[in-house]
Design a protein around this ligand. Structure first.
Ligand code: HEC
Ligand code: HEC
Length: 253
């Protein structure tokens, strides 16, 4: 018993402080968020965010998804979802910044989850060329399987897709990594250090700011679009040339 007690006491002392916080906003903000939630979200997520697994409008339980997930989902316009579908599409966000913060504070009050990151957390600062290259390596190993090597996005089974990462804000890049929407894995700080997440963001910014030295990128979709162009332009011009020769050649005369 004594050994257990000593171990327990020792653990509480040395255990790393949890990065998640249950209550971020003040109680007034939480109350405002609860009211907004009842109007815009409860039809699918339940009056208390407990979720709804049956019926035509369904939504997952929200306890523990965290403020970051709400900022990501509502800020990117995915939520409130307009109609049941395999995946919520990105659309213009209808809520003001204060309303999003209130909704986030309310959902955060339901259970501990990742908090909304601060600009210092998601904006890469003093980034070196070396970090950008490291970000590229991390991107190719962890993200390109779904989002394509250029971040142009790609299709997934079941009518779902990994969206393009071109034009996505640094904040949403970071939030997507810490919350893992849909089939995307969660890249928590234990899995990928915050500085590695910033390196990936720096790499993507750098990649998408670059002029296209090679000319037409054909959507950056890789061999499929490139092959299609080779067929249409390459083979098409050969056929055209053959017809031209046949029409103008010695035998035609
Ligand atoms: C028409 C039904 C519907 C409405 C309305 C709706 N949601 Fe959702 N919500 C869903 C479904 C379905 C999912 C899961 C699928 C997905 O993530 O694309 C989801 C997922 C989420 C998630 C991600 C949960 C996670 O596991 O990370 C959050 C956060 C969320 N909703 C918040 C909201 C908020 C806040 C509102 C109101 C502004 C709202 N939703 C309105 C159906 C809805
Ligand atoms: C298993 C496939 C998969 C992997 C691996 C993956 N993602 Fe995703 N990602 C998705 C899917 C699916 C969505 C769309 C979720 C939704 O719409 O609810 C998404 C959404 C995103 C978004 C939101 C884009 C927007 O338009 O708002 C960002 C940013 C993102 N991912 C970044 C990353 C980064 C960075 C990595 C690597 C560290 C990564 N993803 C790895 C599948 C994946």
């Amino acid at each position: 018993m004594l050994a257990l007690f000593v171990m327990g006491a020792f653990y509480t002392f040395v255990a790393p402080a949890s990065k998640v916080s249950a209550d971020t906003g003040n109680s007034q903000q939480v109350a405002e968020g609860k009211a907004l939630f009842a109007v815009g979200c409860s039809s699918c997520h339940g009056l208390n965010g407990e979720g709804q697994a049956t019926g035509t409008v369904q939504g997952p339980p929200l306890a523990g998804v965290g403020a970051a997930s709400v900022e990501f989902q509502v800020g990117s316009g995915r939520m409130p979802m307009a109609r049941p579908a395999a995946q919520a599409p990105v659309k213009p966000n209808r809520y003001s910044e204060e309303e999003v913060a209130a909704l986030a504070a309310y959902v955060a009050s339901l259970g501990p989850g990742p908090a909304i990151p601060t600009p210092a957390e998601y904006n890469p600062a003093n980034i070196s060329e070396e970090d950008i290259a490291r970000g590229g390596e991390l991107f190719r190993t962890n993200c390109s399987a779904c989002h394509n090597f250029e971040g142009a996005g790609g299709a997934l089974p079941g009518g779902k897709y990994a969206p393009t990462l071109i034009g996505v804000s640094n904040q949403h890049l970071y939030e997507a990594m810490i919350t893992g929407p849909q089939q995307m894995p969660v890249f928590s700080d234990g899995v990928m250090r915050p500085e590695d997440k910033r390196a990936i963001i720096a790499y993507l910014n750098n990649l998408h700011d670059q002029p296209n030295q090679g000319g037409l990128a054909l959507g950056g979709l890789g061999p499929v679009s490139e092959g299609l162009w080779a067929w249409i332009l390459g083979l098409g011009s050969l056929v055209g040339f053959a017809i031209w020769i046949a029409a103008k050649g010695a035998k035609a005369k």
